[in-house]
Write a protein of this length. Structure first.
Length: 380
């Protein structure tokens, strides 16, 4: 298996990096080791679950299927944070840490899809829908959707347990990993709180003040996604390699604004993206009632009529494609899309400027630059 290709950066300032594309082969080797490690771990857990009951194996199969996809962004950022801090590219501990991040990501996706009642993930049925289908195929009794949700919650919890197991193995293989453990633990708490803020914002809805709408959405972005998707993986890798606090702070200065820009791009794609690219139906964020920065800017910049139209549509699962298209036009017309794109650009510039101040060898810097560019320049 190979990693998705990394683009040459056209956004970052300065001359071309002297490392050129030399990081690409190393990146692919790391992802290959990551895949092999995950497969070995799943084989190990298959024996554990089979020993409990063969009926439990669908839990493993669902997690393994979900974890086989994706761009491995978090694991790769962890690796290149490790390499930026002088970590040995062949050390197996960094592959274990990357696998832990991938399973944590899988847990977050499983639970997120339950919360959002999403039918698909990465172009396939979401995990709760997968178990609902298992119930239907076997003709089991009682409530199929309730079984699907319960099974998905348990699969996500199992993912969290496995993520901890893998990280503990990585930390045990390295000396002085107390700082890395603190990062990993903080990451898990922040994601859960960020997810709650997201849910709370949806139900509070239009009753919240308009002026604070953008900042509330940015708080959700920071704690639900930006930190665990980008900042913590980079810092975690550097901490595992023994980086000191000043270097970890420089990693954060690069990775946090990048993570926020990454999630803002994801939110734009959630409304304006092509389902063939995103793996989810267009406009799902609107149907789910997500209080994104796009929505926050409509509430700040839109007319009373535009705000009322958007509020009436948010959270309606029956929105048709023509409804979504009309709302896209509204978001564009009031300047909310442009304001969000400008914020993405500003955060990206902060990240790339901070990257130039990061004390890292050219190969690691080139890889981080390419990953950063891919994260914020995804096509709609």
């Amino acid at each position: 298996m190979t990693s998705p290709p990394l683009p040459h950066s056209s956004h970052a300032p300065g001359a071309a990096d002297p490392a050129g594309p030399g990081f690409r082969a190393e990146d692919e080797r790391y992802v290959g080791r990551l895949h092999a490690g995950l497969e070995d771990f799943f084989a190990e857990q298959r024996a554990v679950l089979d020993g409990i009951s063969p009926d439990a194996l669908p839990l493993l199969e669902a997690v393994a299927a979900l974890s086989s996809g994706g761009k491995r962004l978090r694991a790769r950022l962890c690796y290149w944070g490790w390499r930026a801090a002088g970590g040995d590219p062949e050390d197996p501990a960094v592959a274990l840490a990357g696998a832990a991040l991938e399973l944590f990501q899988s847990a977050a996706l499983i639970h997120d899809d339950v919360i959002d009642r999403s039918d698909t993930r990465r172009g396939a049925p979401s995990v709760h829908r997968r178990f609902e289908g298992l119930h239907a195929r076997h003709g089991w009794t009682l409530d199929g959707p309730a079984f699907g949700v319960a099974s998905a919650i348990l699969a996500g919890d199992l993912c969290l347990s496995w993520s901890e197991q893998l990280f503990a193995r990585a930390a045990a293989a390295l000396p002085g990993t107390g700082r890395a453990r603190a990062v990993f633990d903080l990451m898990r708490s922040e994601v859960m709180v960020g997810q709650y803020l997201d849910v709370q914002g949806e139900v509070a809805g239009a009753g919240q003040d308009r002026e604070g709408a953008v900042q509330r959405a940015l708080d959700v972005i920071r704690y639900k996604s930006a930190k665990y998707s980008v900042e913590h993986p980079v810092v975690l890798g550097a901490a595992l390699a023994g980086a000191q606090e000043p270097d970890l702070e420089r990693c954060s200065a690069f990775a946090l604004p990048l993570g926020e820009a990454f999630q803002l791009r994801d939110d734009v794609l959630g409304v304006f993206g092509d389902p063939a690219t995103t793996g989810k139906p267009a406009g799902d964020d609107l149907r789910e009632g997500k209080r994104t920065v796009l929505v926050g800017f409509v509430r700040r910049r839109g007319s009373e009529e535009q705000i009322a139209e958007l509020e009436a549509a948010l959270g309606r699962p029956d929105l048709a494609e023509e409804d979504v298209e009309r709302l896209r036009g509204l978001i564009t017309a009031c300047g909310a899309l442009q304001a969000t794109e400008e914020l993405i650009d500003s955060l990206s510039e902060q990240a790339f400027a901070a990257l130039e101040r990061l004390d890292a060898e050219p190969v690691a810097r080139a890889a981080l630059r390419a990953l950063a560019t891919a994260a914020v320049r995804r096509a709609a």
